[in-house]
Design a protein around this ligand. Structure first.
Ligand code: NAI
Ligand code: CS2
Length: 495
């Protein structure tokens, strides 16, 4: 599609806030295409200029901070409804960009900003692994090196929980009310999990501080949704062809959703007028999204990648994979859900198929396949446990888990190599070296990973056998034959 054929709706230059009221940790693509867009719209609609954002990277990507500064802290969001319709927005709500990585110059500036009484909310998108929690139990990983560092060095933290504790300690000492902590990462009960990481770390530094945080700091949960692929050079080129030469730009789908628990003792932007849903309990929304959307994404990611497919839209166009998703949704995921009032799983998943089919996103399976050890417990395994206990089908989930285990070898089924990007990558490599030629032993070794598999699943022999059968079929017959064999109905439901 040539640039001239694309219908581009350009929004006017962004209005700028006058005061910073929010600090964001994790200046990634999602933050720029989701929270910042809602805040920009809220500013434009209400005129409330007190909710500007200070956004910081605390681990990597100093370059992005420098690029944003070089661009006057404004950047573009390209929202593709489809390959012919694009909404182009300019965002200006980020009024400060900091790099506070371990080697960064801005940690003190960040802590000072987080201690400022004008700052009433801290939001986070630091990925599921950025909280240093055991994905299965949700307990703080007190042996993880960055956490060991932060326990010993409370005033010069390297981690997100460490920065939150250090800033809250300063506010407590100054008599400044605490900020509200709003996690925007894809974790179950993400507010409670963030609270657990922060309180557990504080307890190892100063038990009185930990008690103060427990008693005074709000950690509302939120469900966040918008597909935002990592930017590629091809994306930058197609934006440049449209006259947008912006290294900090992001591409995303037109759809977006944000459901937030209403718990902001220090106040919050009036963002309900911009489509944010304020609720008392986020759980039904979160679980629905994590199991239906993210669970399906991970199925496509591992099985699609093993079949040598690169992007989501191509994978979901394959009848066998599309049939697998339908089976997973109807037989395995939806039965475990307590849906939000007024929601319909069938309608929701039909919309997901359309969103996944959006070929203007070029969403790479490799990106979704990243950090499986941090993602699969909430996407597949919690539901799997429930289904096992209720004697319900598991075939699609078992095929997914087997596909993930095979994916962690580091090659697809034709031998093409791919990177295994995961905090447990070394552990996986060791297990494949030790048990690579004995699939049954390999399955048992993976099931023994208590950071992922709950005890009941680990000890479930029929489940282990299902994984073994699926792994063998994948290796011997390939992805589509494995789907046909294990989920015969999948082919009946070809899209
Ligand atoms: P990204 O790769 O663009 O940004 C990741 C951000 O997390 C970067 O700022 C990076 O420095 C930071 N980070 C990574 N590991 C960290 C650690 N250990 N400690 C501190 N900071 C760390 O990725 P993107 O797209 O912004 O996604 C980030 C998170 O947002 C996801 O993991 C997910 O939880 C959530 N999300 C993403 C969506 C998407 O479609 N991209 C949609 C919904 C949620
Ligand atoms: C994806 C999510 O990379 C992944 O793991 O499944 O980032 C997904 O795009 C979002 O959650 C959609 O809201």
């Amino acid at each position: 599609m040539s640039p001239s054929e694309i219908h581009v709706e350009r929004h006017p230059a962004a209005r700028l806030p006058r005061q910073i009221g929010i600090v964001h940790l994790g200046l990634g693509a999602f933050h720029r295409a989701h929270q910042a867009v809602y805040l920009q719209q809220c500013l434009e609609r209400t005129g409330d200029e007190t909710w500007g954002v200070c956004s910081a990277n605390i681990r990597a990507n100093r370059t992005l901070v420098e690029q944003l500064r070089a661009g006057g802290l404004r950047y573009h969001v390209a929202e593709y409804r489809d390959s012919e319709h694009l909404n182009l927005r300019q965002i200006g709500v980020i009024r400060e960009a900091l790099y506070a990585g371990p080697d960064g110059p801005d940690r003190e500036a960040l802590l000072a900003r987080m201690s400022d009484p004008d700052v009433r909310i801290v939001t986070l998108t630091v990925t599921e692994k950025g909280y240093f929690l055991n994905p299965a139990s949700g307990e703080l990983l007190t042996q993880a090196e960055p956490i060991v560092h932060d326990i010993a060095n409370p005033t010069t933290p390297h981690t997100a929980p460490g920065l939150l504790v250090a800033a809250l300690a300063r506010r407590r000492a100054a008599g400044t009310p605490p900020f509200t902590v709003l996690c925007c990462d894809n974790m179950p009960a993400n507010g409670q999990r963030t609270r657990r990481a922060v309180v557990a770390l504080a307890r190892r530094q100063d038990s009185a501080l930990a008690a103060w945080i427990e008693a005074n700091v709000a950690f509302p949960s939120s469900m966040v949704d918008r597909i935002v692929p990592a930017m590629t050079d091809a994306d930058r080129t197609r934006l440049a062809d449209l006259g947008v030469d912006d290294p900090a730009a992001v591409v995303c789908e037109a759809f977006r959703q944000w459901v937030i628990e209403e718990r902001f003792p220090q106040g919050r932007p009036d963002w309900a007028g911009d489509g944010v849903e304020m609720v008392t309990d986020v759980t039904p929304f979160e679980t629905m999204k994590l199991r239906l959307l993210n669970g399906a994404h991970s199925l496509l990611a591992y099985l699609g990648a093993l079949a040598g497919i690169e992007t989501v839209d191509v994978a979901v166009a394959r009848p066998a994979l599309c049939g697998l998703l339908r089976h997973y949704w109807q037989r395995e995921a939806a039965p475990t859900l307590d849906l939000p009032a007024g929601s319909d799983a069938a309608a929701y998943t039909e919309r997901l198929l359309a969103r996944f089919g959006n070929d203007s996103l070029r969403h790479r399976l490799q990106q979704i396949a990243m950090d499986g050890s941090q993602k699969l417990p909430q996407r597949w395994l919690a539901g799997a446990l429930e289904n096992r206990q209720k004697g319900r089908s598991q075939a699609a989930t078992a095929l997914g888990v087997a596909g993930w285990i095979r994916y962690t070898v580091g090659t697809d089924l034709s031998g093409q190599p791919h990177a295994v990007d995961d905090p447990l990558a070394e552990t996986f490599a060791t297990l494949h070296r030790r048990h690579g030629d004995d699939p049954a032993a390999l399955i048992d070794a993976f099931l023994a990973l208590d950071a992922l598999f709950p005890t009941a699943l680990r000890d479930d022999r029929p489940f282990a056998q299902q994984l073994l059968d699926a792994l063998r079929r994948l290796q011997n017959d390939g992805v589509e034959s494995a789907i046909a064999a294990l989920i015969p109905t999948a082919s009946d439901r070809d899209a």
